[in-house]
Design a binder for this molecule. Structure first.
Ligand SMILES: NC(=O)c1ccc[n+]([C@@H]2O[C@H](COP(=O)([O-])OP(=O)(O)OC[C@H]3O[C@@H](n4cnc5c(N)ncnc54)[C@H](O)[C@@H]3O)[C@@H](O)[C@H]2O)c1
Ligand SMILES: [Fe+2]
Length: 374
């Protein structure tokens, strides 16, 4: 039995933000990071909100949000008692808002649950479609996934005007988050025909449009396609699951603050190589290359998997992304990295994405794989 339920209404395309014009007498609480207020990006949203509404902007969201950041946001939101709660930003703002919704709902902190609207400004995490929020445990230096249906957004708004300002390096990193969601979901244990359709389309859109977004950031058509890809990949992994690449990426992010999408990009080749020793997973990777027209169906599975790896490597090179931990501009030196491998491997074993992986992984294997990334 397969269940395919999409809880969130998606409004996508130019002028999508105009959806806010219906509000007249609401209490609207907007969460974002300070970059989005200082750069004026928030004006694209607030301009659409009639002055008869009451609006409060909370812009103290931090990257890799931790519990104290969520608590600060929750205190401000509970004090304001919004009727509409808006997450505006990248995954950090969205996950802060989702964790806030999770804890506020448990504590019955809102007199009436607000309508929850998520507006991603990166493409991205797909977090606008998922019941996951990724929170950093600052003490243990690892990321923890909260998973609960209460965190589904009521509405997701994808407006390409919002992502044109994303600089090339962040476009590349966040684009690789999309690609990793889609590829992991495609081979995950929970993959179905429904998630395969979303994942495959997401990879197709990324391969066509991510390089355009990177090289020509103002191209609205390309930005819109990437927002849609991010959203579809979010649906795919929310229903089908992720795997070991995310289990590793969460440790690199928690331990070294490697941006999430870049951490995924660094771990993805190792994940594909490891999983392709599983016959069924290898066939799925190969299937993706056939379906996308990257390889003819006559190409044997191992070569098709190699070709997929080559395409990913070429895409990373084209976008000037580091390909090893040792190439990260502010990354750890080899000695200190090696010292943290046992903790990262142990935490990866406990990561909530791991059960979705198509091939079992043990701690020793994670140690070897983390070592291979330097
Ligand atoms: N909940 C989920 O399902 C899920 C999935 C994947 C990742 N995540 C989490 O999401 C976070 C990563 O999200 P992210 O990659 O969007 O990073 P982010 O939210 O940290 O944003 C990255 C940077 O981009 C800037 N930015 C955002 N929008 C911009 C714009 N329009 N123009 C210019 N700059 C802009 C931000 O200010 C920030 O400096 C991580 O914490 C990760 O663990 C969550
Ligand atoms: Fe991700």
């Amino acid at each position: 039995m397969d269940i395919c339920q999409i809880a969130t209404k998606v409004i996508s395309g130019e002028q999508a933000l105009a959806a806010f014009r219906v509000y007249r007498t609401e209490r609207i609480f907007i969460l974002c990071d300070s970059f989005l207020t200082q750069s004026g990006a928030i004006d694209l949203l607030t301009r659409q909100i009639a002055p008869t509404n009451q609006v409060q902007v909370f812009d103290d969201v931090v990257p890799d949000p931790n519990l104290s950041g969520v608590a600060r946001a929750m205190a401000a939101a509970v004090d304001f008692q919004p009727t509409v709660l808006v997450a505006f930003g990248g995954g950090a703002a969205i996950d802060t808002a989702k964790a806030l919704v999770y804890f506020a709902s448990g504590a019955h902190a809102f007199s009436r649950p607000p309508v929850f609207i998520v507006i991603p400004t990166t493409s991205g995490t797909g977090s606008e479609m998922t019941s996951f929020a990724v929170i950093t445990d600052a003490e243990e230096k690892r990321k923890i996934a909260l998973i609960d249906d209460v965190m589904y957004a009521d509405v997701a708004i994808l407006d390409p005007q919002l992502t044109v300002s994303v600089p090339p390096a962040i476009t590349a990193n966040t684009g690789f988050d999309v690609l990793t969601h889609a590829i992991e979901a495609y081979v995950a244990k929970g993959a179905t025909d429904f998630t395969d359709a979303m994942a495959c389309k997401a990879v197709e859109l990324v391969l066509e449009y991510l390089p355009r977004c990177y090289h020509y950031g103002a191209n609205l058509k390309a930005r819109e396609a990437m927002s849609n890809a991010s959203n579809m990949a979010g649906v795919a992994f929310n229903l089908g699951g992720l795997g070991m690449v995310h289990s590793m990426a969460h440790q690199l992010g928690g331990m070294y603050h490697v941006p999430h999408g870049l951490a995924c990009a660094l771990a993805l080749p190792a994940g594909i190589s490891y999983n392709s020793h599983d016959e069924k997973a290898a066939a799925k990777y190969a299937d993706l290359t056939y379906k996308l027209g990257l390889a003819p169906r006559s190409l044997p599975v191992p070569q098709a998997v190699c070709l997929l790896q080559g395409v990913l490597k070429a895409l990373m090179s084209d976008m000037a992304m580091p390909q090893r931990i040792g190439e990260l501009p502010k990354g750890p030196n080899r000695k200190s990295y090696v010292q943290t491998i046992p903790a990262m491997a142990a935490h990866a074993m406990e990561d909530r994405c791991l059960p979705g992986n198509p091939r079992p992984v043990d701690e020793r294997t994670f140690e070897d794989l983390f070592a291979s990334l330097y």
